[in-house]
Design a protein around this ligand. Structure first.
Ligand SMILES: Cc1cc2nc3c(=O)[nH]c(=O)nc-3n(C[C@H](O)[C@H](O)[C@H](O)COP(=O)(O)O)c2cc1C
Length: 303
């Protein structure tokens, strides 16, 4: 039986629904030594900010039960280098390139999105709204629907590419935030970013991470992610990209059944650099075994 794993996302043709989650794949160079990146549905690169960032002091990653904590702090080479050294290299691949954008002010987001939009080196923008908003005392842009709307309206004005808004799960009501993003001009939603967590070394009695708290990712967060994707798929008209703890083809199926159009895979890449190609092969096998001809057949069936 022939199965069709392709996905049409925002006018972009993806061979399959699997793409890396930002920050867990760099700009793809390291992974290209292990497999042909054309195997993937799309590429999502590391957060890009206006200026280069070294990130937070170390230790900034820690293993925890069923996942990891990180407080990397958006380390990246900065917009100029991303445009001159990183994105041109990806042009040799025939798949959509999604650039994750971060900022500390509305102006920074707008200026980065504007230049990436005009560079012709990206097919879509993914806006990471989990960043601390300097003007609002460090509360994240994605934590307040009014602040988020204001940001998205301004970004929309300079963004000629499809705009994916990546939501933070660290909110009281994800539906309110998702509706605000839709209203303010998002073309798609991706979720979830990491949950805030902490680990204490019981020998020293001190937090393990230099920044004390960090983002929890990996299998531990999957049920939270499934719940949030499901809640938003129920009320939004926009396509949703599901993220959080995906390690197997069965996890992908679960996100699609919750209503996701596509998925991103993060922490699993650190455990096994071949995680994504393996999951894509397994997904095809699973669909054949279960007689699923295409993903539309099961998308949102749990709703
Ligand atoms: C080391 C690390 C770095 C990350 N960097 C970014 C980033 O730059 N931008 C972003 O939007 N999300 C970032 N994330 C969040 C992931 O893209 C993803 O949303 C999260 O890890 C949940 O997926 P997972 O459980 O499959 O890892 C990062 C996660 C990790 C573990």
């Amino acid at each position: 039986m022939q199965v069709d794993m392709s996905v049409n996302l925002l006018g972009l043709k993806l061979k399959n629904p699997v793409m890396p989650a930002s920050g867990c794949f760099g700009f793809g160079k390291e992974y290209s030594k292990y497999y042909d990146l054309n195997k993937l549905g799309a590429i999502v690169v590391k957060a890009t900010t206006q200026k280069a960032r070294l990130g937070n002091p170390t230790p900034r990653v820690a293993e925890v039960t069923c996942g990891m904590l990180n407080s990397i702090g958006l380390a990246n080479p900065g917009l100029d280098k991303v445009l001159s050294d990183e994105l041109p290299w990806l042009k040799s691949y025939s798949l959509p390139v999604i650039v994750n954008v971060a900022g500390e002010t509305v102006e920074e987001y707008c200026s980065v999105v504007d230049r990436i939009s005009r560079s012709k080196l990206a097919h879509a923008i993914e806006l990471n709204v989990s960043c601390p908003n300097v003007a609002q005392g460090g509360l994240s842009f994605g934590a307040d629907s009014k602040v988020l709307s204001e940001l998205l309206k301004r970004v929309r004005g300079v963004c000629s590419l499809p705009l994916i808004v990546k939501l933070s799960p660290n909110v009281t009501d994800i539906v309110e935030i998702g509706l605000a993003a839709q209203e303010a001009g998002a073309d798609a939603i991706s979720l979830i970013n990491t949950l805030i967590g902490m680990k204490i070394d019981i020998n020293t009695g001190r937090p393990v991470l230099a920044r004390k708290v960090g983002g929890l990712s990996g299998p531990a967060i999957k049920p939270v992610a499934i719940r949030m994707v499901y809640q938003l798929a129920d009320v939004l008209k926009l396509p949703i990209i599901g993220i959080g703890g995906i390690y197997t083809a069965e996890d992908v199926i679960e996100f699609i059944m919750a209503g996701a159009s596509a998925v991103q895979i993060g922490t699993a890449n650190f455990t096994n650099p071949m995680a994504m190609p393996d999951i894509i092969d397994d997904l095809e096998r699973y669909m054949k075994e279960k007689g699923i001809k295409d993903l539309d057949q099961i998308r949102g069936c749990a709703l």
